[in-house]
Design a protein around this ligand. Sequence first.
Ligand code: HEM
Length: 409
Amino acid sequence: MTDLIEPDALLFNPFMPGFFEDPYPQYKMLRDEDPVQNHPLGFWFVSRFDDVSALLKAGLSVEVGNLAPGVMMDQLDSLGIEDGKHGVLNMSMLDRDPPDHTRLRSLVTKVFTRRAVAALEPKIVALVDAVLDRMAEKGSFDLVEELAFPLPFAVISEMLGMPPTDHARIRELSGTLVRSLEVVTDEEVARAIVNADIELAAITRDLIEWKRANPGDDLLTALIAAEHEGQVLNGDELVAQVVLLYVAGHETTVNLIANGVNALLRNPDQLALLRERPDLAGNAVEEFLRYDSPVQQTRRITTAPYTLRDKEIPAGTFVLACLGSANRDERFFGADAGELRIDRPEARHQVSFGAGPHHCLGAALARLEGQVAVSRLVQRFPDLAFDGQLEWNGRINLRGPAKFPVRAT
Ligand code: HEM
């Protein structure tokens, strides 16, 4: 993308220096100057709160298929991927329109209930406290490695009833797979995504087989049972929904926790306020989601001409809705939208979980994990501080730190 865009052009360009550290100045410029941008690379970029909300609620298509900008996934057929092996990318509910979306989502909603999430609270508290005990012993540690990643990973594994398996490999594969949520311009990256999809699907097929023989009181057993009862899932659809839950269950919440703690450490008055007022933990999580959104973008395809402001987006167009920018829109959140304020009442209107028919199914779980992890961490370690340089993960969409050294006693 870099070669194709004038560096000083007023265009969405994640390859501008400094973007990964702080994309928000670029978003602000786009909101002010060109909020519904017809990008020369063939997609549209929408950056204001009202437009993003309207777009997501409009029920546009999510069947991105070959319209995704960048390297086209179908070109990869010619890249030597072995016959007979296949992945499940684009088969999850996230990438399906009605009636498939309705069918798949209602099946998962049946087992992924509020009650199932609420019942997990004692386990989440115990997991967090065990991690904090280890952190206290160490004194200095990496927040992502010790807490932000392992917590959601353990929780979703537990919910699904996954057997002990090669977690390191799954983590690596998930990390590659989520690059499919970004504009991919590099053929090597595209090939790695396809291979990760194939391998993760194969691992998941094995896990499902294992679960058929070892049923338990868990989501995966319930999904398998639902499949048998209603014949509502076919072929690899079960595999695809499990991969989605597994990946969405940890690749996002890690950023909620880490971005939230980063925001607090950079705003000591807000950190002090949260310590003084633990009752603000729920609102603080909404503000973390708004202030530095764990998922920065989502995408839609127009199936008919769609009008936003004074622009008509033609049918069959790929549109990026920038959640991270919408959440910083001064027009909605006020002149201080760029500041962290954990008691901001409007924070709960953030669009970090999307909106409309694809609104995040795991929002309640993510909120619970975020609240327990961040509030217990800051209460436990009154002198929590950076212990070196935070490094960003260099992702355009699932933005968060890769390295986050901190110390505490
Ligand atoms: C969908 C964000 C955690 C499961 C989504 C979407 C977003 C999102 C933006 C797509 C919305 C759209 O395109 O309209 C987040 C964030 C999280 C998080 C920011 C953490 C802070 C989770 C967790 C789970 C989960 C923990 C499950 C364990 C899902 C599923 C969908 C989804 C299944 C697809 C819903 C559909 O297509 O109908 N999430 N998510 N998410 N999320 Fe999450």
